[in-house]
Design a protein around this ligand. Structure first.
Ligand code: NAD
Length: 422
């Protein structure tokens, strides 16, 4: 695992390039993803510590009870287009692994598989299988597969969870999101505007932790919208392999059309398009769409109710913190939520009350580091464990409780072949 970690680090540029060429996100973003992957490999390097069981001595006379964690056998991961480099924790825990990456960016997983073999793992431990729904459905029904870790959109996550569990498998299915960023009137607006722009438009908004709703509380909206619009105008959009580019194209033409239709529908529903990303042309190969900012969005509009997964930021104005919080509580998803404030008490109240699995306080994309687990609440995750970190170890292993009784030396009637003090 240490060798694998070093190989992945050495090949960061190759992996990032493979992601950028098929996904579109800029190279620095793709390299950031590899860096997060490295954290997970590092966590897996310490697997001996994480697999440590527990022990009770003298549960009854001469009886000790202990728990050990053992692998499940063959497990599978099915991943989305926006996150093609995934985690080796399952293998460190002793399983063999089938990785089915998205058909829209299949290459990074293959490269990862090659590095894995180069690190010295035997063939057959990690298996990359390419395909789409047909491959997924086959994995869901295959009797040998014990567990499935899925990441993707909510309808498919639900299908995978329901079918996999019906077939007797352990399933964790991480799903879609609609992440809100609440800005209180006392927030540092420069910090909040920088954060909103990078979190909404980084990776062209094709991130499950992207901010897609900016909740402006009290009288903060006008100034905040101006600060965000200014910054949007300065974003460098271009080919992901161009080092100067800050935002690349979307993954497919079909997806770009879907995102564009949401903007058009939002405008028709009465929202005001402050910065319009449609109809801008770009040099370069890819399905470009410039960032869009829409104000006066209300909760009945499809631009608010649906996951858009593109470079579109909606602004919802609320009079109070309580109203802002209620928006998040009423939303079907609960992946991430963020608050920007200078008030410690408000931040703590938000942290305690908000219905989301990952919370940012003056941090717009609260993706936990590899040694905490990653996962949302409500319709953002089906199953009961999060991904990687300590929950990943729990998901990919099963506990075995051993109760053992040994008679004392003094009680033993067997000839031990050595002298005893009785
Ligand atoms: P997707 O659901 O279309 O695809 C995910 C995986 O499922 C792919 O491997 C794909 O081949 C497979 N698949 C697609 N349609 C299928 C079907 N009908 N039956 C069976 N399998 C099918 O998702 P996507 O568009 O690749 O990725 C974007 C989505 O993933 C967004 O909704 C995003 O929020 C979500 N996502 C969530 C997280 C998270 O941690 N919660 C992380 C990244 C992405």
């Amino acid at each position: 695992m240490f060798r694998f970690r070093n190989l992945v680090e050495e090949h960061t540029d190759d992996l990032a390039r493979a992601i950028t060429l098929e996904h579109g996100k800029v190279l620095s973003d793709a390299a950031g993803e590899v860096a997060r992957g490295l954290e997970n490999i590092e966590f897996a390097c310490g697997i001996a510590q994480h697999l440590k069981g527990s022990y009770n001595e003298a549960a009854a006379t001469g009886v000790n009870v202990y728990t050990i964690r053992q692998p499940l056998g063959v497990v599978a991961a099915i991943t989305p287009f926006n996150f093609p480099v995934m985690v080796p924790l399952s293998i460190a825990a002793g399983n063999t692994y089938i990785l089915k990456p998205s058909e829209r960016d299949p290459s990074a997983a293959l490269l990862l598989g090659e590095l894995f073999h180069e690190a010295g793992f035997p063939k057959g431990v990690l298996n990359v299988v390419q395909g789409d729904k047909v491959a997924v459905d086959r994995l869901l029904e295959h009797p040998t597969i014990q567990a499935i870790s899925f990441v993707g959109s909510t309808p498919v996550a639900k299908h995978v969870y329901e079918t996999g569990t019906r077939n007797g498998k352990r399933v964790q299915a991480l799903a879609g999101a609609k992440n809100h960023m609440v800005v209180l009137p006392d927030a540092d607006l420069d910090v909040a505007a920088d954060a909103a722009v990078s979190a909404a438009f980084g990776s062209a908004g094709e991130r499950c932790m992207a901010i897609s709703v900016l909740v402006a509380v009290g009288d903060v909206a006008d100034e905040l919208i101006e600060a965000v619009s200014d910054r949007m105008g300065k974003l460098v959009i271009g080919d992901g392999t161009d080092a100067a580019a800050e935002m690349g194209p979307l993954v497919t033409e079909e997806h770009r059309n879907r995102v564009t239709n949401y903007i058009t529908q939002g405008a028709a529903d009465g929202a005001s398009v402050v910065v319009d990303g449609r109809n801008q042309s770009f040099d370069g190969n890819g399905y470009f769409l410039a960032p869009t900012l829409i104000d006066h969005v209300t909760t009945d509009m499809s631009i608010y109710t649906d996951e858009i997964f593109g470079p579109v930021l909606s602004v919802v104005r609320t009079a109070t913190y309580e109203e802002a919080l209620q928006l998040i509580q009423d939303n079907r998803w609960g992946n991430g939520a963020a608050i920007f404030t200078r008030h410690g008490g408000a931040a703590r109240a938000f942290q305690d009350e908000v219905e989301a699995g990952m919370v940012g306080i003056n941090v717009p994309i609260p993706v936990p580091v590899g040694y905490h687990s990653f996962g949302g609440w409500n319709d953002s995750l089906f199953g009961d464990t999060s991904m990687y970190g300590p929950d990943g170890v729990r998901f990919f292993t099963r506990p075995k409780v051993v109760t053992s009784r040994w008679s004392s030396l003094a009680e033993s009637s067997v000839d031990l072949g050595f002298p005893r003090n009785d």
